[in-house]
Design a protein around this ligand. Structure first.
Ligand code: ITT
Length: 187
């Protein structure tokens, strides 16, 4: 089985490949992101739409992630990609630095859809918004500090061990292992 990871973001794919034993194929398909403040809703609609529109019957994986800043009641949250493109991460860091509370968290929802059933896995990680540091990772990683290191100062493996996506991937991997065992039947 190959998992078709529908995303334009190579960083997400690298982290999934590091974690999963199944082969992961990156598929660029621009599904319509519905207007919702629920990441799970957005991801599930995307996964179903991609499965219907793409040829083939291999399962689909979609990841929707947001950065939630406490000072701004969760903003940018589901609008994180738009804000990265328009405001940029340095200015997000400056805006938060002007506030008394620099706490934030990342949240990821991954939806796996096999053509019949959609299953969601979520993960989150707390941290603080800081001036950019580090060359690794992608997106908001340089301005997100977790326990003294930004996510951009971590290797993919280190980031996966503590991150929102790593936690969702761990649940997904466990579920896949259980599912595969069930399919094979009792030994
Ligand atoms: P796809 O929708 O094609 O998967 P995307 O990058 O637009 O790619 P999201 O909407 O889920 O994906 O991402 C929201 C924003 O959060 C976007 O600006 C990403 O760069 C950023 N982001 C996602 N995961 C991240 C992570 O692990 N570390 C830092 N930033 C992340």
């Amino acid at each position: 089985m190959t998992i078709r990871f529908v995303t334009s973001n190579e960083g997400k794919v690298a982290e999934a490949r590091e974690y999963l034993t199944e082969p992961v194929e990156q598929v660029n398909y621009d599904y319509a992101e519905i207007q919702s403040d629920d990441l799970a809703d957005i991801a599930e609609h995307g996964a179903r739409e991609a499965f219907e529109h793409l040829d083939g019957d291999e399962p689909i994986l979609v990841d929707d992630t947001g950065l939630f800043c406490e000072a701004f009641d969760g903003f940018p949250g589901p609008y994180s990609a738009y804000v990265e493109d328009t405001v940029g991460i340095e200015r997000v860091a400056k805006l938060v630095a002007a506030e008394p509370n620099d706490r934030a968290y990342f949240r990821t929802v991954m939806v796996y859809y096999d053509g019949e059933e959609a299953t969601s896995f979520e993960g989150s990680v707390p941290g603080r918004i800081v001036e950019p540091r580090g060359e690794g990772g992608f997106g908001y990683d340089p301005i997100f500090d977790h326990d003294g290191k930004t996510l951009a100062e971590m290797s993919t493996e280190e980031k996966n061990a503590i991150s929102h996506r790593g936690r969702a991937l761990a649940k997904f991997a466990d579920w896949l292992a259980g599912d595969a065992a069930e399919r094979k039947g009792p030994r």
